[in-house]
Design a protein around this ligand. Structure first.
Ligand SMILES: NCCCC[C@H](NC(=O)[C@@H](N)CCCCN)C(=O)O
Length: 501
């Protein structure tokens, strides 16, 4: 038995393989500007300071719409159903990547930015759709493995980009390298959508019921009016005393008040307030600490990936950014192989806070080596593989910490917070990088300042993870350290915690 459906062995393999294929194309295209960091400046005709902001903005604006959007993607999926939702999100991916490529071809930074923003709307939504489908099918069984496998396969797209893009650019130019990314996204989307739209392979296995199907099923089964449920759950949010009664009802539906309160007679402001209150009261402190870690880990890794080829190329290889970029394929390749393994280990052994503390510690050590030593950079960059793999353990904790009905919203909120970091940190990295450009040794100095920022962030994450370890142990009965806990237990734990407080 898995998640909400029972799957045979072959159906399970089919489902996992298909879900994993949603993202590699998006990751390939996402990382193209990072591979061309050393060469796009000439093409855009920008000075050093402008260029630093331009490159970081390509990543910041990808994330900007996703500070809000992921929270609503679950609702869109509920309403449109899986095939239409995936069609819509792939449409944004391809449109965004076409505009980005056109922008590069025409040397228009504003078209590039518009493209990256639209690409971001689609790319992060694919992430959410993948997370939602995975937890729908596999929650309660080997979800850690499935989520880690998804991201590992996605990162194979980054490996391909690390190895190919700069070489393609040298042979055929930058615009061509971006068009290759567009082609990869288009082919990947077409293959995926073919499963839904060709009569031969139309497959219910990859779909979750839409909101309306859920309504019908629910109403047929229990004859309870949806509005009553929602109001009851709202009431539950404001008084923790009626836990059992409400949870019994709530567990039977996939509909959240935050998404489906259209029939309620409340003003929009009241609804928004109720929803924030609902999240505040039902999402425990460890969830927010995990989100903070996620923000920091990706906030280190993604902006670092952008400057890595120039920084490492200048410091260690006399300006050879191609060799430097090739090194970055080590952590991404390590993820492809070790990611699923860490998922299996986590499914069997738990121990999340340990991985998170180690993650911050290892980011700190490897960035210290890059910054303060002249050791061959392959050592520091290989070491980066471990935290980059360990941070995958964050996602499976969300279903552990939240009640089943809140999981989709939880993924959405975590992705939104991660994107808040991926919007803010690149801008700070650009600011820190340009504020030193008047110093002697110009460019190299600015890289060092950026490295100091990454080191401070890694240090902060260690503190956050230690607090998480303590809170988890003292107030949550080590739920994150233990092996998988069924939803029922989570609910009981939540109710006992809210009663205590
Ligand atoms: N369900 C998958 C979560 C992945 C989180 C994260 N992904 C991102 O940050 C993406 N915006 C793009 C990353 C591309 C990296 N080269 C991740 O850890 O990969």
């Amino acid at each position: 038995m898995q998640g909400n459906v029972s799957l045979s062995k072959w159906q399970t393999i089919f489902c996992i393989a298909n879900l994993a294929m949603l993202l590699p194309g998006v990751y390939y295209a996402y990382d193209i500007p990072a591979s061309l960091y050393a060469v796009l400046q000439n093409e855009l005709g920008s000075n050093d300071e402008e260029y630093e902001y331009q490159m970081q903005l390509m990543y910041a604006l990808y994330s900007f719409p996703n500070i809000i959007l992921p929270v609503g993607v679950g609702a869109v999926m509920d309403r449109l159903g899986t095939p239409k939702s995936i069609t819509v999100v792939f449409f944004f991916v391809i449109l965004g990547q076409i505009l980005t490529s056109l922008g590069v071809a025409n040397k228009s930074f504003y078209i590039i930015l518009t493209g990256r923003t639209i690409f971001g709307i689609g790319g992060e939504s694919v992430n959410i759709v993948q997370g939602n489908l995975s937890s729908y099918f596999f929650n309660g069984s080997f979800l850690s493995f499935v989520l880690a496998f998804n991201t590992s396969v996605a990162r194979a797209g980054s490996v391909a980009n690390d190895l190919l893009t700069r070489r393609i650019q040298m042979a055929y130019g930058s615009a061509f390298a971006f068009w290759v990314g567009t082609l990869i996204c288009a082919v990947a989307s077409a293959l995926w959508l073919a499963r839904f739209y060709s009569k031969m392979s139309r497959n219910q296995l990859l779909q979750i019921p839409t909101n309306s199907q859920a309504h019908v099923e629910y109403q047929n089964e229990s004859q309870v009016n949806l509005t009553e449920q929602v109001e009851a759950r709202m009431k539950h949010s404001s008084s923790n005393s009626s836990t059992e009664n409400i949870d019994e009802k709530g567990m039977q539906t996939v509909i959240l008040p935050v998404f489906d309160d259209t029939r309620m007679d409340m003003s929009i402001r009241q609804k928004a307030f109720q929803n924030i209150k609902y999240v505040y009261q039902n999402f425990p402190l460890p969830f927010w600490l995990i989100c903070a870690d996620l923000l920091i880990f990706n906030g280190i890794m993604i902006p670092f990936n952008l400057i890595q080829s120039s920084f490492v190329g200048d410091k260690f290889f006399g300006g050879d950014d191609v060799t430097a970029k090739g090194l970055m394929s080590i952590p991404n390749t390590a993820c492809v192989f070790l990611g699923p393994l860490i998922g299996i280990i986590q499914d069997k052994k738990g121990n999340l806070p340990f991985y998170l503390i180690a993650c911050g510690g290892l980011y700190f050590i490897s960035h210290s080596l890059l910054t303060f030593s002249n050791m061959p950079p392959i050592i520091a960059i290989s070491l980066l593989s471990f935290p980059y793999v360990f941070q995958l353990t964050v996602w499976p904790c969300i279903p552990k910490l939240l009640q089943e009905k809140d999981v989709s919203l939880g993924f959405g909120i975590a992705t939104a917070i991660m994107n808040l970091g991926l919007f803010l940190v690149p801008i700070i990295v650009a600011w820190v990088g340009t504020s030193a450009s008047d110093l002697k040794n110009g460019q190299m100095k600015s890289f060092y300042n950026q490295e100091y920022l990454f080191l401070s962030m890694a240090f902060l994450s260690i503190i956050i993870s230690i607090i998480l370890f303590d809170v988890d142990k003292r107030r949550f009965a080590s739920i994150l350290s233990n092996v998988k806990i069924e939803d029922k237990d989570t609910v009981e734990l939540h109710s006992s915690i809210s009663k205590e407080s």
